[in-house]
Design a protein around this ligand. Structure first.
Ligand code: FAD
Length: 488
């Protein structure tokens, strides 16, 4: 039968392996790490378990679709539940707000805590749904690089609405018009960080994101985020995909403008097609360095990165939920510091994700596993040791001031991941979390397509190519790509 080789077992690589296997290919995955999942992995230290990277799970149907395609019952492999509270928000002045997933309850809570008319919140979420309905079919589910995407009735209808879809104002401008209360503007501006962008630069089109969280729902996999990786890896193996770990691919072999296989430390392997799931920028610098470079795409600005303190905390905090945000007092300055000065801000917005609330065995009794994260610039050669030590100080101060506690003596376990760590663990260019940033309104058009226009039989999937980063989009990239490939 026909053979397919996949470079990398990130979430998109796993999805691609399943889809191609179901198309009749004999699929082999080559992975540099000793484990699958790339950014979607886990860490275990002294009785604590942490999801290493992604913590927010939306559009679970993208995962379900893979089990269904294989004729399986998703529940037998992978289970998840919808969250009643999407996130708890905290400000230093004592304001607190629970974002109920139920829109009516959320609008009520916003009204109670901030005095914002209920109608404003509801209207904003309707607007978000409107953007989604018009743009998702165009930008998320299809290749942007095929004429058929652009020349059809649905597409033309969307062109007429570009103004309404927010292309001509920034997210912050749109939110400042939608809401009276600056704290609500801040809360909605935060959605820009879901793909590593800056709300003061990114087009208001990204107001598409709250729709996913409120109208479509935020979910928690009952065995933790890492179960997305484990269950898909299990399915792929069941379908006969072969996985080769500790195999850093050195080169994609090309002959007569056609990808014919790969070179690895253990030898050359040949196939009918090659799929690259490794970060596109790094791939062109390494395994495709002898090929024609897509220069314009390679120099696009990258999304932000993250600095994470995985902390075992020997105390219970009943006011905290799965997702918690402790907001900065000056959001605009924070983003200026991250994106313009490429540094960390002294009063950072701190995100704390605690899976042990839903999955008790993730922490010892009476303790919590805190995934404590701030947004930081991507790696441009800054002095990360210096940044890490001052960031830790800033974070602790923020937590203490906001939760009126002294967190430092409660930290019994610590592990740190910085942009350099993200870069070395997953080959992600500059340690960016989501590939290119979306700060530019043309960003959607400046991602690499899901195929090579220069080399036949070479395809791309993952967070650095179309349609972009984050689990749902990575899974869609594998789908768009597989749809271009005929059955074996
Ligand atoms: P990656 O995960 O980037 O994996 C690429 C794989 O390729 C790696 O396993 C790597 O080892 C392998 N590889 C690289 N080079 C080679 C080579 N030469 N040979 C063989 N193998 C190679 N997304 C969300 O949806 N929600 C979130 O809440 C969220 N939060 C995040 C928080 C953090 C801290 C991080 C890091 C990311 C977060 N993301 C989130 C983004 C999400 O994790 C990524 O978009 C997604 O996991 C990327 O998947 P991918 O398929 O592109 O592959």
């Amino acid at each position: 039968g026909k053979k397919a080789i996949i470079v990398g077992s990130g979430i998109a690589g796993l999805a691609a392996s399943i889809r191609l296997s179901l198309k009749g290919y004999q699929v082999s995955v080559y992975e540099a790490n000793s484990y699958p999942g790339g950014k979607l992995s886990e860490i275990k230290i002294d009785g604590y378990r942490f999801d290493a990277g992604p913590s927010l799970f939306t559009l679970p149907e993208q995962v379900e679709e893979l089990f269904e395609l294989a004729g399986k019952n998703t529940k037998d492999y992978f289970q998840y539940k919808r969250l009643a509270i999407n996130c708890n928000y905290f400000w230093e002045d004592g304001t607190r707000l629970s974002a109920h997933s139920d829109v009516d309850k959320f609008a009520d809570e916003v009204n109670k805590q901030l005095g914002e008319p209920k109608e404003n919140t509801k209207k904003a979420l309707k607007k978000s749904a409107y953007i989604y309905q018009h743009l998702a079919p165009l930008f998320m589910h299809r290749s942007l690089h095929k004429w058929s995407t652009w020349f059809n009735k649905k597409a033309f209808r969307s062109y007429l609405r570009m103004g309404k879809l927010g292309l001509f104002s920034t997210m912050n401008q749109a939110n400042s018009l939608q809401f009276h209360h600056p704290k609500l503007v801040q809360l909605f501006n935060r959605y820009a960080t879901y793909n590593g962008s800056d709300p003061y630069q990114t087009p208001a089109t990204l107001n598409i994101i709250p729709h996913l969280e409120f109208n479509r729902g935020a979910y928690f996999p009952v065995k933790g985020m890492h179960d997305i990786t484990s269950s898909l890896y299990g399915l792929a193996k069941e379908l006969g995909v072969s996985f080769n770990f500790n195999q850093p691919v050195e080169k994609i072999l090309v002959k007569n403008n056609r990808a014919i296989g790969i070179q690895t430390p253990s030898g050359d392997y040949f196939s009918d097609l090659v799929i690259n799931n490794m970060d596109m920028v790094t791939a062109y610098k390494t395994i495709l360095k002898e090929e024609v470079q897509p220069k314009r795409l390679l120099k696009q600005p990258k999304s932000s990165s993250a600095l994470i303190f995985y902390w075992g905390i020997k105390k219970n905090f009943p006011e905290l939920d799965l997702h918690n945000i402790l907001f900065s007092n000056d959001y605009e300055k924070e983003f200026k510091t991250i994106f313009d000065k490429r540094d960390v801000y002294k009063d950072p917005t701190v995100y704390i994700n605690i899976t042990s609330i839903h999955k008790e065995d993730d922490a010892p009794d009476g303790c919590m596993n805190w995934f404590t994260m701030i947004n930081v610039p991507n790696n441009q050669g800054q002095d990360w040791d210096k940044i890490k030590s001052k960031a830790k100080e800033f974070i602790i101060k923020k937590i203490n001031n906001t939760l009126k506690t002294n967190i430092e003596p409660l930290i019994e376990v610590e592990h740190i991941l910085d942009p350099i760590g993200i870069e070395t663990k997953t080959s992600s260019a500059n340690g960016a979390l989501y590939g290119n940033s979306s700060n530019n309104k043309y960003a959607a058009f400046l991602r690499h397509p899901n195929y090579s226009s220069k080399i036949n039989k070479l395809f791309f999937c993952g967070g650095s190519v179309h349609p972009g980063g984050g689990i749902p989009l990575c899974l869609l990239s594998a789908k768009i790509m597989a749809d271009m490939i005929p059955n074996a």
